[in-house]
Design a protein around this ligand. Structure first.
Ligand code: SF4
Length: 370
């Protein structure tokens, strides 16, 4: 990571520590910044009267805030870096620290992708096909595995401009540049789990609406793009502020994931016992959903065991004598890591399809945490 071009906004944190006269705080940083954490701890301890303890467990999002067990250690406040506030209460006073990246990539490399995707959206708008209730089972299953076939009806073909948190400050400027280049651009505003316009998370794309026909994502890696296309079925171009490179999220790749999900659903149809995973992290805890899955399994004559975990990994669950697992913790564990598990690991929606509670023809539904 090019650290010289990142801004870590520690000043506000240090002012708050001084104002509160804090003596012990916890610092929580994303995995990519752990190497720099000791330097930040030195700065905070030199500039304030607080001692700093690093929350050294893995941290992948603001869903994973240090919570009240740190209170036992006497920690008075948590400084959480690189993610934005969510609609959750961790039970600890928390200061969010923004990290922004100064890179400002050229627009030109991504324009051909955007033109191609706009044409796809225009075609889609002109020929929309609603799910047909007379479809055969085979046709319905084909629709399930079609990346775009399940897209909600469009009302327009606007370009949705989104980004990951450290690049969101670029969006207003990119909005204007893209409009000048002839695109009708919107910066979507999502629900309570998101703090900023244009923000997306691996588990939340709630800013999507029917007026958006295609997307541009400012950020690096394919984690957010995979989720957004899996969720919406809309074409998406990516522009990486670190490298200036442009590419698209290929629909073939999304269809490969959908085929894999289809295979997992088929593989649990005869399963009789399920481990239902409940995440203990404050922003992943979906107790009500887990209990609903257990009730639904019981109604189908099957057994569900509730398993609560802070971290989910194959070594922690594979040995249980159940036929399959349903994951209600971070949705991306089932989607991105399924191959690491010996037994099928599926989402709650996928279980509903396997049990016949949801219909194939309505298409794949991404497991979003609202
Ligand atoms: S995708 Fe998973 S790790 Fe990321 S914010 Fe959502 S629940 Fe947390």
């Amino acid at each position: 990571m090019d650290l010289d071009r990142h801004d870590f906004e520690l000043d506000e944190l240090m002012e708050r520590i001084r104002a509160n006269d804090n003596r012990l705080i916890a610092l929580q940083v994303p995995e990519g910044l752990k190497m720099q954490a000791l330097e930040m701890m030195d700065t905070i301890e030199t500039e304030t009267s607080a001692q700093v303890v690093l929350a050294a467990d893995p941290c992948y999002g603001a869903c994973d805030l240090v919570h009240d067990k740190m209170q036992l250690m006497g920690v008075e406040m948590v400084a959480h870096m690189g993610h934005s506030q969510m609609n959750i209460d961790s039970g600890m006073p928390t200061q969010f620290i923004n990290v922004t990246y100064k890179g400002d990539p050229e627009l030109q490399p991504v324009i051909p992708w955007l033109e191609q995707h706009r044409a796809m959206a225009q075609q889609r708008l002109a020929a929309q096909d609603a799910p047909d209730s007379t479809m055969s089972e085979e046709e319905a299953q084909e629709r399930f595995m079609d990346a775009v076939g399940r897209m909600a009806p469009l009302t327009n073909t606007k370009l949705g401009l989104v980004g990951s948190i450290q690049h969101l400050h670029l969006l207003p400027e990119f909005h204007d540049r893209l409009e000048k280049a002839g695109f009708d651009v919107t910066i979507p505003i999502g629900g309570a789990r998101l703090s900023f316009p244009g923000q997306v998370l691996g588990c939340n794309y709630s800013g999507d609406d029917p007026s958006i026909g295609h997307y541009l994502f400012l950020g690096s890696g394919d984690f957010h793009p995979i989720g957004l296309v899996l969720h919406t079925g809309k074409p998406l171009a990516m522009l990486d502020p670190y490298t200036g490179d442009a590419e698209e999220m290929s629909l073939e790749r999304i269809e490969r994931i959908l085929r894999q999900r289809f295979g997992l659903i088929m593989s649990v149809q005869d399963a009789n016992s399920f481990g239902i995973l409940i995440g203990e992290k404050p922003g992943q805890m979906r107790r009500t959903l887990a209990l609903r899955m257990k009730r639904m399994l019981a109604q189908h004559g099957k057994k569900g065991y509730l398993l609560a975990l802070e971290h989910v990994g194959p070594e922690l669950i594979d040995f249980y004598p159940v036929d399959a697992f349903v994951n209600t913790a971070c949705p991306r564990i089932a989607i991105d890591d399924a191959v690491k598990y010996r037994k099928p690991l599926i989402t709650p929606f996928e279980l509903e399809v396997a049990l016949g509670e949801k219909k194939w023809e309505l298409g794949y539904q991404f497991d979003e945490i609202p």
